[in-house]
Design a binder for this molecule. Structure first.
Ligand code: SAM
Length: 455
């Protein structure tokens, strides 16, 4: 495969001090495929596969020695883990180094689909933080929403906005993550098709777009707020040059991150302003090509007037929350399109600000449809870590779980402990979704949009 690596790319990498072109080519020639997952700490405490090796820079990340057919694993559908490329899990270590883990902050993941970094951020920032997870492309925002729903936490707001929209919330976020769309050279081992699409012209186009995304959104970051900028490109036009450009335009402070040398992550400094960045090369560590840098806003950023917005009268009976969710006092509830959503009470005011300026696809957890008298529980509630733990549930075998996830019909005998009514289908201790048990049949309520097809 090395013959096919773009000459221009390898030539430029060769200009970097200490770059080992032979080892870089060899690792691409071998074309090994690495599989890694990150556990959902609210749902899964141990690795549900036979042999797994920890990822050094993420204590919830594991390499799998064999790639399972994830589609046929009920725990995958239940959001017990996320299949994520290992290098990008380094954000866990960075959050720990910056002492942001479990610190209550407001974070924006600007280019978030399909949701790898957002689910990681949600885990490490913890339940006292709020995360706005944004994706500009509508179809991708949909996938992002599904992955956030599977993850099950209530302190994430999924939005579908152009980066420029966030300038309407100036000085608001404490952390801005820009995992920028890029030329993708770091993913050549995973996606050989990307090699054909690579060109210097596209690198330039990506670099211009990265600057535009940053320029249009950077005002949303508060004074002293952190910017994580990352790409899966090897090109300095998309990495070091962007850091120099940020320093020149906005005067940010560059933050070095301590990575133990045995992890094989290369620290670089940008040519003009010596800003720190970190390069992940597949011949030096077990992961794909990745670049990340941390910068901090030092200039005073004016903010918006945080005036109180009058709250609408809340017409959700408190009993609904206590009947269906744990710790109902932590959440406020609102009705949108006949559906009840729960959202952290602590960020109620913030949600109103978002509603003024953002296109919100999902805020908190949609717990179900409300007809004024009773709740018809939603699939999102079944996936949620906030669901009440003593609801009617039936543990099923893997075979029945897969039938359920294919939305096939199930037998009443599969639910021996249930008389009638709503029942959670549970596999290995984790909820998969709802069925309604009737005296002589079972209705499968798994959503058809996410059912397993063709397998
Ligand atoms: N952060 C994601 C994760 O960890 O799963 C991956 C993000 S991917 C590298 C970059 C994202 O930027 C894509 O979802 C893409 O749709 C989005 N994107 C493309 N053009 C964009 C633009 N002009 N502004 C903002 N985002 C854009």
């Amino acid at each position: 495969m090395s013959n096919f690596l773009p000459n221009e790319l390898v030539k430029r990498l060769n200009e970097q001090e200490g770059f080992d072109a032979a080892a870089f080519n060899k690792v691409h020639e071998q074309g090994d495929k690495i599989t890694s997952i990150r556990l959902n700490p609210w749902k899964q405490t141990s690795v549900p596969f036979k042999s797994a090796i920890p990822v050094a820079w993420c204590d919830k990340g594991y390499y799998l020695t064999e790639r399972p057919v994830f589609t046929l694993d009920p725990l995958y559908h239940a959001g017990c883990y996320y299949v994520q490329e290992a290098s990008s899990m380094c954000i866990a270590h960075i959050l720990q180094e910056l002492e942001l883990e479990n610190k209550a902050i407001r974070a924006l993941d600007l280019c978030a689909a399909p949701g790898g970094k957002s689910t990681l951020l949600a885990d490490y920032l913890g339940s006292e933080s709020i995360l706005v997870s944004n994706e500009v492309i509508k179809s991708r925002a949909h996938v992002l929403r599904d992955n956030i729903v599977r993850w099950g936490v209530s302190n994430v707001v999924v939005t579908n906005n152009d980066p420029s929209t966030f300038s309407r919330l100036p000085g608001y976020f404490d952390l801005l993550v820009v995992d920028a769309p890029c030329s993708g050279s770091g993913m050549f081992r995973k996606d050989e098709g990307a090699i054909d699409e690579w060109s210097l012209a596209n690198v330039k186009l990506c670099s211009d777009r990265q600057k535009r995304i940053l320029a249009e959104s950077i005002s949303t970051l508060a004074t002293e707020g952190y910017l994580f900028y990352s790409t899966c490109s090897y090109s300095s036009e998309e990495n070091e040059d962007i850091l120099d450009w940020i320093k020149e335009e906005y005067g940010f402070e560059s933050i070095p991150i301590r990575f133990p040398s045995q992890w094989g992550i290369a620290e670089i400094q940008s040519p003009k302003h010596q800003a720190f960045g970190y390069r992940f090369y597949p011949h030096k560590l077990k992961g794909e090509g990745f670049f990340i840098a941390v910068l901090r806003k030092t200039e005073t950023q004016p903010s918006f007037s945080r005036k109180k917005i009058k709250s609408e009268k809340n017409s959700v009976p408190t009993k609904v929350l206590s009947d269906w969710t744990e710790q109902p006092a932590n959440h406020m509830a609102f009705i949108h399109d006949e559906h009840i959503h729960i959202f952290p009470k602590k960020y109620e005011e913030d949600l109103r600000w978002y509603q003024q300026v953002l296109y919100i696809k999902q805020a908190g957890v949609n717990i179900g449809k409300w007809n004024g008298r009773e709740l018809i529980p939603s699939h999102d509630l079944a996936c949620s870590v906030h669901i009440k733990t003593d609801l009617s549930a039936q543990d099923v075998t893997r075979e029945v779980a897969l039938k359920y996830l294919r939305k096939e019909s199930l037998a009443v005998t599969d639910f021996p402990a249930i008389l009638t009514g709503w029942c959670l289908v549970r596999y290995d201790g984790t909820n998969l979704g709802w069925v309604k048990v009737l005296p002589n049949r079972v209705n499968n309520y798994y959503p058809k949009e996410v059912r397993i097809m063709h397998l």
